[in-house]
Write a protein that binds this ligand. Sequence first.
Ligand code: SF4
Ligand code: SF4
Length: 293
Amino acid sequence: MITASVVTLFSLGFISAGLLAVASKVLYVEEDPRIEVVTEALPGANCGGCGYAGCEAYAAAVINDPSVPPNKCCAGGPDVAKRVAELTGKAAGDSEPMVAFRRCMKVEGKVAKKFEYLGVMSCAAAKLVQGGPDACSYACFGLGDCVRACPFDAMWIENNLVHIAPDKCTSCGTCVRTCPNSILELIPRRSRVMVFCSSQDKGKAVKDVCEVGCISCGACIKKCPAQCISMVDDRIVIDHKACLAYGPSCGEVCVEKCPRNILRCLNPEYIAAGPETEPAHYPEESHVADLNA
Ligand code: SF4
Ligand code: SF4
């Protein structure tokens, strides 16, 4: 009885192995050798910033799909886009250099606390406890989920607030996808102005819990001569492309009019030099160091 079972199992094993061997020959699809060449031209960060599962997946997509452009690797930037364009015969196109930006100005003592959080040191975990310890539901928890997720070591926590090193940030967007409070955003490196708040609450509710939050007064919207600022889902949105195209002649009136001082100039050098200046004069850590006071 045992012998018969063993013989049956071996027979089944041999038949299955034979079928698999035949299938692997019949169904074999030869991989385009250019996929390997493009993969080698990519930085190998596998950060997913291109929107694909990793560098090899993007390489396969850009080779096989005519609609996938060669400039989607944010970690590689324009040089890699140019190389991928050469390898694929596609037009490199323009790529606006981006950087992660923290839409929160939480400074110790300026945002009211609901309770002292003593749980697991994770932003996602803290959010599960009554929405988090801060009275503002849009504040940075400062527990570093984004820092741990960043593949480029471009973030750190200081005084319970995340900070970003623009020189290390490749705009892969991993932090943006990780933050449970959606306070991180990718903006063009040469953005002229930005709001350091992501609250969707109304004026009084913000004033009650935060000394530095946007109160949705709309002064910036009304004053911008280029209509670059709007309120989308109760949150200020800046059309950076239109703002950059309009240039410095507005005198950054939006910044001047913000009564909370949280709509700020990011790039005084660029503004002073005029719109024809080469982009990317992003001042080192300006939006995380100087403006945090
Ligand atoms: S930005 Fe978001 S993920 Fe990063 S520390 Fe703040 S709350 Fe946490
Ligand atoms: S002026 Fe300042 S406080 Fe008023 S809506 Fe604009 S960013 Fe918010």
